[in-house]
Design a protein around this ligand. Structure first.
Ligand code: CIR
Length: 263
């Protein structure tokens, strides 16, 4: 029952009509805003069914990618840290997060403005915080996070996310406090030697961004071999449809901040 997989609360932000303007590495067509809202509702329901109280922020049309709220802040047992997204169209998303998170945490800090760091590049486990440098997260941003967390006694390990992978957690996710599901390539990189790992079946790499929530494992719908792999490993798997988020490179972790408040 550790802090990296058990949470009482989550914050999400509704997708806006501007979602068609969301960033993506490859264009496979725009997300349908109404369908996205519907799928988002089911995502919220899956979190609630896992015992999480979900607070829903309104859509923020000015920032098409703001539904991917994980990239703007990091929530930890001792407090929250406001991040600084590295995509220029997203940097402004974090401006409101200190206000939002001060209702839940007595200690809300900020990485400042020296570098860039997005939540998708941060994996919180029981023993450490892993930061993957990427196109969105640079060394200065990672160092700023490390400095922020010094007096909370949290170890930060900085790695290089593999080329062509948007975020570190695009290629891996936590399924419990000590087990990580990862693409074959990420699992082979040697990052997770002190963890148990489950290697995703060939062709189902897009299912890597699983999230562990209070004993359940949420995975994207449409990856039957992954569902079987994780179920066989003894987990209670919940499949969530995220086709619209996926069109703009969004996954399960990025659509919520999951935490247990200190206030
Ligand atoms: C972006 O490119 O920033 C968004 N379209 C997707 C962000 C996904 N975030 C995440 O996986 N943490």
């Amino acid at each position: 029952m550790g802090h990296s997989s058990h949470f009482s609360n989550a914050i999400v932000r509704l997708p806006g009509k501007s979602i068609a303007g969301g960033l993506r590495a490859h264009n496979v067509g725009d997300p349908d805003p109404a369908r996205f809202v519907d799928q988002h509702g089911h995502y919220v329901q899956a979190l609630e069914e896992a015992g999480v109280h979900v607070d829903i922020l309104p859509a923020w049309e000015q920032f098409p990618d703001s539904v991917f709220i994980e990239d703007s802040a990091l929530c930890l047992p001792a407090g929250a840290v406001i991040l600084r997204p590295g995509a220029t169209t997203r940097t402004g998303e974090s401006a409101v997060m200190a206000d939002v998170l001060s209702s839940y945490f007595g200690d809300v800090r900020s990485v400042g403005e020296d570098g860039f760091i997005e939540g998708g590049d941060i994996m919180v486990t029981e023993s450490e915080i892993i930061v993957g440098l990427s196109e969105r997260t640079d060394a200065a941003g990672a160092k700023a996070l490390q400095d922020c967390l010094n007096d909370w006694g949290l170890a930060v390990r900085i790695l290089q996310t593999q080329p062509g992978v948007l975020h570190f957690k695009t290629a891996c996710g936590l399924v419990d406090d000590e087990t990580i599901v990862a693409t074959k390539s990420m699992a082979a990189a040697g990052f997770f030697n002190t963890y148990k790992t489950l290697v995703l079946p060939e062709g189902e790499e897009a299912a890597a961004n699983a999230i562990a929530v209070n004993g359940k494992v949420l995975i994207p719908e449409g990856f039957p071999k992954t569902a079987e792999l994780i179920t066989r490993a003894g987990y209670s798997v919940v499949q969530v449809a995220i086709s619209e988020a996926a069109k703009v490179d969004g996954g399960l972790s990025c659509m919520s901040l999951r935490f247990t408040p200190t206030l």
